[in-house]
Design a protein around this ligand. Sequence first.
Ligand code: 13P
Ligand code: SF4
Length: 361
Amino acid sequence: MTQVMQTARAATRPVPPTAAPKRRFEPVPVPDLTWTPAVEAETAHLYERVKTVIPPVEWPFFAPYVKAINDLKKVRNAVILAHNYQTPEIYNCVADIVGDSLQLAREATKVDADVIVQGGVHFMAETSKLLNPSKTVLIPDLKAGCSLAESITGADVRLLRQRYPGVPVVAYVNTSAEVKAEVDICCTSSNAVKVVESLGVPEVIFLPDQYLAKFVASQTKVKIIAWHGACEVHERFTGDELRAYRAADPSVQIIAHPECPPDVIAEADFTGSTAHMIDWVKTKRPRRVVMVTECSMADNVAAETPGVEFVRPCNLCPHMKRITLPKILDSLIHMREEVVIDPAIAERARLSVERMVNLRT
Ligand code: 13P
Ligand code: SF4
């Protein structure tokens, strides 16, 4: 695998130029957020789903927001798409669709509602908007970014193309719409190898995650030219940390996300996207498992797999954690922050995402 040098470094990039929002929504009054016996009764079935991970003393804070959000979704004809890293009260109690990046992109193409609220980070909301140009897509906090998406710009991709003429470019979906507009096809961690091989060429440029690139290179004969980006959550895990878990309990199972460094992947019994990790736990039902990824995921899977003990090397994604119940409610009340993408960028970026979604992987 070839590691390319840094070209035009993206520091803190402004959100790409946007077109004006089209639709006007009537404001709605702020709902009553008092914890009452009626709220308790109406949300009791939802508390059942999270009672192993949310203590009873905390539920009176969450429940009024859960009820208000679920009521307001009907008023707004809205759905909430939530990534597997969202906190349990979002994932289990207000989300309509949950999944990894590929599942969320695929489900986004089937949404009937007028409004999509993205429980996730900005690039995910952009992907939903690209696939639903006529719908209103909201992100409850515009600052919910991603270290991978911020590691590369459209100008960087153009320089890579000059340096490697004729070599196709595959972009992880963890990129801005501006970058997606410059590439040939997108991929996620669950279909990266298949996307790379689908191009039928001896080498590809793969960006921006250097570790996912290394993982893909280990699974294919296609030569991978990688960018140097990294996920600030997964790059912190170490092989030593995992060897210590195994030394303490040799029967422990270790499963890791491919955004982790190679010495971490080498220690893992299984490597896969967040959805593949969840499926693995549900199918194998290990006695004890170390989930080497963002920590909310262990909470979400734990709620669905009683009997499995989760060891949680807990690295939080600060961007995913910007999305909270109060911000989702605020988003639905005020219909903000609307994701709007420059139409010239959107048209080209959509093609890269659609090529991935249409690929049967
Ligand atoms: P997947 O859920 O697609 O595996 O991606 C992980 C991730 O880091 C999303 O930000
Ligand atoms: Fe980005 Fe990593 Fe957070 Fe995923 S976990 S959103 S890749 S910073």
